[in-house]
Design a protein. Structure first.
Length: 432
C-alpha cells in the first residue's frame, strides 16, 4: 500500500502531540484509513530547539512553504497559528492539490472567506475541527449531523482560561487578579492573557460557530466582545444570591424573524440549574438548540496538546479516507448569507446593581428610568440600608440599546450613587 504523506507545519504544544499519535497509533491509523500515514516533514521556526518528539532530525525544516507544496505530500497539517504565514501556506498547499487540516481559529475567524474560497476553487478538503473547543467533536456535528435541522442558538463556554478564572472566583471567593495569578501558575493562562481575558479567543470561536450553525459568513470583526477583567467578587456574590453563576459565553443566535444573526462573546449570569453552569475548571461545553433535535450539549477538554491533537488526527483520518476514495468532504455552506445584527438589537435580560440613597421615592425614580426606555422589571430587591443601600434589579428581555440608554440615565440620577454592576442574564429565567 502506498503511504499517504503528511506535512506537519508547526511542532509546538499541538504539533508535538500529533507526531506522537501518528507514531504510537500507526497501525490503527493504517487500518482506519486503508493506507499508512507517513510524516513527510515537520516545519518549525527554530530547528535546534529540544522538543522531545520521536521524529528523525532529517524531517525538520524551516522552509514551511517548500514542505507544504512538495510534490510527494498529500496532506498538510497547519498547527503554527496566527494569520501569516499560516494563510499563505494553506492557500499554496490547496493550490498544489493537498488536503489541509488546521487548528487555526484566529485565521478562520479573521479571514475564513479567503481560505474557504481557495478550498472551493481547488476542490481541496479543508477541515478544522480543532479550531473550536479543542477535543470536543463540535464542528462536524454542526456541519454534517445537524445539516438536516435548523439551529436557533449556540451558547458555549469555549475558553478554558476564563472558565477556570471565573470558576475559582465562584468557588473560593477570590478576586479576578488572584484567580488569574493562580491560572497562570497552573499553566491554564498564558503569561500574556489578553487574548483570553479580553474575549478575543471566545469571539473568534463564536464567529466560526455562527458561520457553521447559520450557513452564513461571520468574521471575528462582526462579534460583539467584552472580556472578564471587570468582573468583581461582588458580581460573583450577586450572581450566587440570584441562584446564578457567571460564565464567559460565546452566544450565536438567530433573530426571531430568522432574517439576521447575533453573535457575541461576553460574561453573563446563567442560572445554576442550566447545564452550562456546572462546567468547571478549564473545561469547555457548548449548548446547541435546534428546531427538531432540541437541546444538545457537547462537553470536554477545550485545549491542551493531546486533546487538540486528537481532533487534528480525526480530521487527518477523514481527509486521508477522502483522498483514497476520490471523494471530497462537505463544504461549509454560506447560502443563507444572513446579516449580523448590531449589538444594540440583541435581546436579553439584565442584572443591574445600584448603590442608592436610602430615601423614600428611590424605587419609584429608578423604576421610571427603566420604564422610560421600555425595559420592564422582573424583580427588584433592596440590600443593606443607609450608606450601604443597594438596589438589585433583574429585567425582562429587552434590547441591549434600551438597557444601555437606561444605564446612562441611571448614572445621571442624584439618588443613584453608583451603578455598581450591569450584567446580562442568559439561559432560562433566573429565580426571583
Ligand atoms: N494549544 C492548544 O491547546 C490549542 C487548542 C486549540 C487550538 N490550538 C491552535 O493550534 C495552533 C498551534 O497552537 P500551539 O499551542 O501548538 O502553538 P505553539 O506551541 O506556539 O507552536 C507553534 C509552532 O509553530 C512553529 N512556527 C512558528 N512560526 C513558524 C514559521 N514561520 N514556520 C514554521 N513553523 C513556525 C513553532 O516553531 P518553534 O517550535 O521552532 O518555535 C512551533 O513549533 C494554533 O492555531 C492554536 O490556536 C491550540
Amino acid at each position: 500500500m502506498e503511504p499517504l504523506k503528511v506535512a506537519l507545519l508547526g511542532c509546538g504544544n499541538v504539533g508535538s502531540e500529533v507526531v506522537r499519535l501518528l507514531g504510537e497509533q500507526a497501525s490503527d491509523l493504517t487500518a482506519r484509513v486503508g493506507a499508512p500515514l507517513e510524516l513527510a516533514g515537520i516545519a518549525v521556526r527554530r530547528p535546534g530547539r529540544k522538543r522531545g518528539v520521536a521524529a528523525d532530525a532529517s524531517l525538520f525544516t524551516t522552509d514551511a512553504m517548500a514542505l507544504a507544496t512538495r510534490d510527494d505530500v498529500d496532506i498538510v497539517v497547519e498547527v503554527i497559528g496566527g494569520i501569516e504565514p499560516a494563510r499563505s501556506l494553506l492557500l499554496a498547499a490547496m493550490k498544489a492539490g493537498k488536503s489541509v487540516v488546521t487548528a487555526n481559529k484566529a485565521l478562520l475567524a479573521a479571514d475564513g472567506a479567503t481560505v474557504h474560497a481557495a478550498a472551493a476553487e481547488y476542490g481541496a478538503d479543508l477541515y478544522y475541527e480543532a479550531s473550536v473547543a479543542g477535543a470536543i467533536p463540535l464542528l462536524r456535528p454542526l456541519r454534517e449531523s445537524l445539516a438536516g435541522d435548523r439551529v436557533h442558538r449556540v451558547l458555549g463556554i469555549v475558553n478554558g482560561t476564563t472558565n477556570y478564572i471565573l470558576d475559582k472566583m465562584d468557588t473560593s471567593g477570590a478576586g479576578f487578579s488572584d484567580a488569574l495569578d493562580e491560572a497562570q501558575e497552573l499553566g491554564y493562562a498564558e503569561a500574556d492573557p489578553t487574548a483570553d481575558v479580553e474575549g478575543f479567543d471566545a469571539a473568534a470561536k463564536a464567529a466560526i460557530l455562527a458561520g457553521l450553525a447559520f450557513h452564513s459568513r461571520v468574521t471575528a470583526a462582526d462579534v460583539h466582545r467584552e472580556g472578564i477583567t471587570e468582573i468583581t467578587a461582588s458580581d460573583i456574590a450577586s450572581a450566587r444570591e440570584m441562584g446564578c453563576v457567571v460564565k464567559m459565553l460565546a452566544i450565536c443566535e438567530k433573530s426571531e424573524d430568522g432574517r439576521s444573526v447575533g453573535v457575541r462573546a461576553h460574561p453573563a449570569m446563567i442560572p445554576r440549574r442550566h447545564p452550562l453552569a456546572g462546567v468547571g475548571e478549564a473545561y469547555n461545553a457548548v449548548f446547541v438548540e435546534a428546531e427538531s433535535a432540541g437541546r444538545l450539549m457537547f462537553y470536554g477538554a477545550g485545549a491542551g496538546g493531546a486533546p487538540t491533537a486528537s481532533a487534528v488526527l480525526g480530521d487527518v483520518v477523514a481527509v486521508a479516507r477522502n483522498r483514497l476514495s476520490g471523494a471530497r468532504g462537505p463544504e461549509a455552506s454560506t447560502y443563507a448569507d444572513l446579516p449580523v445584527r448590531p449589538m444594540g438589537e440583541a435581546v436579553t435580560r439584565y442584572h443591574v446593581a445600584l448603590d442608592v440613597a436610602d430615601t423614600p421615592g428611590v424605587l419609584a425614580a429608578v423604576a421610571q428610568a427603566f420604564a422610560r426606555h421600555g425595559v420592564s422589571i422582573q424583580a427588584v430587591r433592596q440590600e443593606g440600608s443607609g450608606e450601604d443601600a443597594q438596589l438589585v434589579i433583574v429585567t425582562h428581555r429587552a434590547p441591549d440599546a434600551a438597557l444601555a440608554a437606561t444605564v446612562t440615565e441611571l448614572h445621571g440620577l442624584d439618588i443613584v450613587r453608583a451603578v455598581a454592576s450591569v450584567m446580562r442574564v442568559e439561559g432560562e429565567d433566573p429565580p426571583t
